[in-house]
Design a protein around this ligand. Structure first.
Ligand code: SF4
Length: 161
């Protein structure tokens, strides 16, 4: 059974969860498939779960004068980017209570989204996500169509029989 606490150690997994729950599940197990390297299950999972991760929050920039996190996205700002940035903001409260704002900027779309901590709607969404993770008992099904998988590194794992 998974525990949502893993998101506080590896917050980037939140974006994976929102893209594909199966990818999230496999990544928490340390499954990867790169350059035909045989997949490894177990040691990576064990190591990541037992060693404290010193650099869990990886933001693009911090504007210290404005007490603001800055996240830069190349293309459209999706739900995954919003929720992940909000999770960073939430985690930052353990380090600096002054940083309560984040700006996500899309370079290609000239789009900006501002997040303020705390946000009751985003907190509710996070609670739903945490709950889903805590009740995830088996590997989720793959997506309905290959075309929805984009450039997922686990494509062969899921689709090559
Ligand atoms: S290949 Fe597709 S179904 Fe499989 S983990 Fe990746 S996104 Fe999910």
């Amino acid at each position: 059974m998974l525990n949502h606490e893993i998101l506080f150690k590896r917050p980037h997994l939140l974006e994976a969860f929102l893209f594909c729950e199966r990818e999230f599940f496999l990544e928490t197990m340390g499954v990867y498939n790169q350059d035909n390297t045989p997949m490894r299950i177990g040691d990576n999972y064990h190591e990541k779960r037992t060693k404290p991760h010193s650099y869990a929050i990886k933001v693009d920039k911090i504007n210290w004068e404005r007490n603001e996190l800055i996240e830069i996205k190349k293309r459209t700002i999706g739900e995954g980017a919003i929720m992940q940035t909000y999770l960073y903001l939430k985690m930052m409260q353990n380090y600096s209570s002054k940083i309560k704002r984040a700006v996500i900027t899309s370079v290609e779309k000239h789009q900006k989204i501002m997040l303020i901590y705390p946000d009751s709607d985003l907190e509710k969404k996070l609670t739903i996500i945490f709950d889903k993770i805590n009740h995830m008992e088996k590997i989720p099904a793959r997506k309905e169509k290959k075309g929805l998988c984009g450039k997922c590194s686990l494509f062969d794992y899921c689709w090559v029989d």
